[in-house]
Design a protein around this ligand. Sequence first.
Ligand code: CMP
Length: 140
Amino acid sequence: MAIERTLSIIKPDATRRNLTGRINAMLEEAGLRIVAQRRVRLTRAQAEGFYAVHKARPFFDSLCAFMTSGPVVVQVLEGDDAVAKNRKVMGATDSSKADAGTIRKTFAESIEANSAHGSDSAENAKGEIAYFFAGTDIVG
Ligand code: CMP
């Protein structure tokens, strides 16, 4: 297994409920290391740019409104197989289909307000990390 990095976002539904520490503990217990982290309030343009791949989807406008509705915590996670590991600890996008003990099963409020985002491939992770972090922000 290769050491990888992936982008994670703790979403506004989770920051509103003060769940950052509990989610970070779940990530760390899964063997992921938080090597960069910043709490930010996304602008509409930042949210639209980040989710540009979903622009044609019916949920795009609502998703961008949600992602700008409160602070998020953007973070870079590092570890063996970090992309897959993070997706496993997050659980399925639709929390009703997520495994017990996952972040989304434990905390999600809806398919949209699903508490966490994680890159879906190592290639996309590179672009998503660069969207929020300079190389010098990441301390492995
Ligand atoms: P995320 O992993 O950040 O990727 C796209 C986001 O769109 C997803 O999590 C959800 O927050 C949101 N979303 C809202 N509705 C849907 C849907 N029907 N299918 C997939 N994602 C959705």
